[in-house]
Write a protein that binds this ligand. Sequence first.
Ligand code: AKG
Ligand code: FE2
Length: 327
Amino acid sequence: MESINTPSLPFCPPPKDQQGEDKIQYIDFTSLQKEGKVPKEFIWPSDQWVKSSGENIELPLIDIRAIKNDEVAMVNAAEIVKKACIKYGAFEVTNIAEGVDLDFSNVVLQETSNIFKLPLSKKISAIKKDCGFSIAHAERYTTVLPWKETFTFMYKHNNKNETQVVDVLNYLLGQEFQQVGANLNGALGNGPHCDPISLTILLQDQVGGLEIFADNKWLAIPPKPNTFVINIGDTFMALTNGLYKSCLHRVLVSNELERKSLTFFLNPRGDKTVSPPKELLEKEESRKYPDYKWNDLYKFTQKTRRVDANTLDSFVAWQQSSKPSNF
Ligand SMILES: O=C(O)CCC(=O)C(=O)O
Ligand SMILES: [Fe+2]
């Protein structure tokens, strides 16, 4: 594992499960903010740092409470969602589940903030191999680092459980994510990428910064209280043989304000084959993507190539050429 070689960054001892590997320097965003400088490891190449159009996008918004017991409204909503998935690979949802209201969302965002305000020494004790706390994903990469700290938790749902959606939402609200401000020219909270998973449910606070690439330009998704952005990921795109678009998005960082978001990434079971339904293929001329297992795409994003705008194409090319048999 490589480490970031920036002498000014504070060093903390590696957590127990990483002992024996190279010592890692943990980046202290609080110090960086005070210094007001962006280390070179965080500077993105100018072609990735394409200016925003300055325009907003108003994605179709579905109010789950309003349509819940109304058959006609549900059919209409399904049509709106379908069109949005084809055009943008994204839409928005409010009143997403019983108990997830404005107060609840605010409390959760506030609690998230409290966790990120803990001392660095405390946060790094939650560093684990594939989840837990991470600073700029610097345990995996050394350049074009995202300007963020993250907490990631794994959630395995209980197959036959009727309250599954609610469980998932409760869990979603335990997943935290943050970008912090400084003088941040050249830095990105998240570079341009498509999520490799099936779909993402995302709650951002009121700071803003999330943009999607649509109509050939970067458009901001203005934050709305208690409103979740639903993004289609690469795996849903593959499941629909390319009909639904995998949403290309990025996150800008504010010079003044810290930003928090909560993201829930939904993926298929690792051993299931991702393959479009036959009904869909009858109308299509050809398969756009070969079958794959989520486990393989996931490992590819962890070990071989970091997630970007072309993850699925790179994965397919890599699978067809050089995938080692023991992967
Ligand atoms: O923070 C956000 O709004 C989006 C984060 C994101 O795109 C990701 O983690 O994949
Ligand atoms: Fe994303």
